[in-house]
Design a protein around this ligand. Structure first.
Ligand SMILES: Cc1ncc(COP(=O)(O)O)c(C=O)c1O
Length: 510
């Protein structure tokens, strides 16, 4: 007999029934009470209860059931998963990986060039990569294939105007794996603290919970388009130190998730200055570096090298700042998140610490090799004058422009919604509006044992099939309510569904 879901009356799939309503018999070794408590403690709302419910709706609709639902499609606006929505893979990237997966195709160059739109540079790239990795079915070096790391180093140098060392570049199975490795090495004891922006992408708080370390929150400033408040950051640090927390690192997400904000160069310098003075590792999550609609991306690596060259470094203040900056194939116009690829560059780390990071990543053997090859395509895409360039450029620009259009359509709709305020889309893939709900709605949510933002998002899902994430999943100032939505879903029809729902919701509780 299927159990009812945690919310509403939909039956749960059997694997979830077991997971959520465990009646583990005592004959088993593991019970919910004796497993690692830190796993239970970790929270990750982006794929939480609402996401599970939206998947159930989707399955119901796919089976031809759910005729009584008030919607006929589910929109997954809860997660930055570009290709699950409308975004098409970049042709060059997939042509290269197709040859890597099936090297026999290298013998059919003429056929593929004449009949399948492959260009000669696709073959050159595949041959170069195969020379580097031998086979994508083989383990690579633990830190990633050397030729691909060199491509990353060259990219960083072109981007920042400062050289990079491929030995200090580690490829990883998405930025998440990189954060996990770095945090594992940083978090020495339950008293280790890491400064984390609030609101934040919950990878950080969840990883710190898993490692039994302490989150030291610093609040971003909604009033200045979610700017980084350096004074607030220093206060948060001072408070944590006073409480005896051993604060070792500061996380900065730039451009921001969920906020979309881009850090100004002066704020980046401010964070680095604090890191130098307080001896903190800077973890710069730069996975959205190409999703920038306002201003220009400015990297932490460039900020640090500029400071090291400046007069302010007369006494060597910045020489030993430890910076790990992360990038990924998951976001931007690449959107290859299912392939799990990324990298981090470490600057200023003690070589003995790097050796331990190397050992840590070796335990996992190596990042996925196709993911590594896609990192190579991302950091060294076709260049002007190369045969694949015209199509690459067309596809890239189309994705960029349509993301911006969708972001603006959603932003315009939010501006018209009662009680909703939203900063204009500046970067990343999200909008994070603040919502002011009627007192009756807040009371109703309380009655149901839910936060008001969670209740709102649940009602939106039930009424429209659109899945978004309550602000509480990212952290928000006490007394404020938000939600995060991606702007990846195609079309504008779904935006209309949100505005219509919102109006009815406000009327219901007025
Ligand atoms: C800020 C941020 N960092 C890291 C990640 C994880 O990226 P990856 O797929 O490379 O692990 C995400 C994913 O949404 C993100 O938003």
């Amino acid at each position: 007999m299927p159990l009812a879901g945690p919310i509403g009356s939909l039956p749960l799939p059997s694997f979830l029934e077991k997971r959520l309503f465990s009646t583990t018999p005592p004959v088993r070794s593991l019970t919910i009470n004796n497993i690692n408590p830190h796993v239970k403690e970790a929270k990750y709302a982006v794929r939480g209860e609402l996401a599970i419910k939206s998947e159930q709706y989707k399955a119901q609709i796919a089976r031809g059931e759910g005729k009584d639902l008030p919607f006929d499609s589910v929109i997954a606006a809860n997660i930055g998963n570009p290709q699950q929505l409308d975004q098409k893979p970049l042709t060059f990237f997939r042509q290269v990986t197709s040859l890597l997966e099936n090297p026999a195709l290298l013998e059919c160059q003429d056929l593929l060039e004449q009949n399948a739109g492959y260009q000669s540079d696709v073959f050159e790239r595949a041959r170069r990569l195969l020379k580097d990795v031998k086979s994508v079915g083989a383990y690579s070096q633990s830190q990633g294939a050397p030729g691909i790391r060199q491509s990353v180093a060259d990219f960083i140098e072109r981007r920042d105007g400062y050289p990079a060392d491929k030995e200090l570049i580690y490829l990883c199975a998405g930025a998440s794996a990189g954060v996990n490795s770095l945090m594992n090495v940083i978090c020495a004891s339950p008293n280790t603290g890491v400064l984390v922006p609030i609101p934040q992408y919950p990878l950080y708080t969840a990883t710190l919970a898993l490692l039994n370390a302490k989150v030291v929150p610093y609040y971003l400033d909604e009033g200045t388009a979610w700017g980084t408040d350096l004074g607030g950051m220093r206060e948060a640090l001072a408070k944590a130190k006073k409480e005896g927390i051993d604060v070792r690192a500061v996380v900065v997400i730039n451009p921001g998730n969920p906020t979309g904000a881009s850090l100004k160069a002066e704020d980046i310098r401010g964070v680095l200055e604090m890191a130098a003075e307080e001896r903190l590792v800077v973890l710069a999550d730069e996975v959205y570096q190409t999703n920038v609609f306002e201003g220009e991306f400015f990297s932490f690596k460039k900020g640090l090298r500029d400071l090291q060259k400046s007069e302010g470094n007369a006494g060597g203040k910045y020489d030993n700042v430890e910076l790990a900056s992360l990038h990924s194939i998951s976001k931007g116009m690449v959107g290859e998140c299912g392939h799990r690829g990324g990298y981090y560059e470490m600057v200023g780390f003690d070589p003995e610490v790097v050796a331990q990071i190397y050992k840590f990543v070796s335990i996992m053997l190596c990042p996925p090799v196709i993911g590594q090859a896609l990192v190579d395509c991302m950091v060294a895409p076709p260049k002007t004058g190369e045969p694949s360039y015209p199509l690459y450029e067309k596809e890239y620009n189309h994705i960029f422009t349509s993301l911006r259009q969708r972001a603006n359509a959603l932003y315009t709709a939010f501006q018209k919604m009662e009680g909703v305020t939203c900063n204009s889309p500046a970067g990343s893939m999200y909008l994070f509006p603040s919502i002011h709900l009627p007192a009756k709605a807040i009371a109703k949510a309380k009655e149901e044992g839910r936060g008001a933002d969670e209740y709102y998002c649940l009602r939106l899902l039930e009424a429209t099939g659109i899945c978004i994430v309550p602000g509480s999943g990212f952290g928000q100032r006490e007394g404020t309510l938000h939600f995060r939505t991606t702007f990846l879903a195609p079309g504008t029809e779904w935006v209309g569904r949100i505005t219509e729902f919102h109006q009815k919701f406000m009327e219901e509780f007025r």
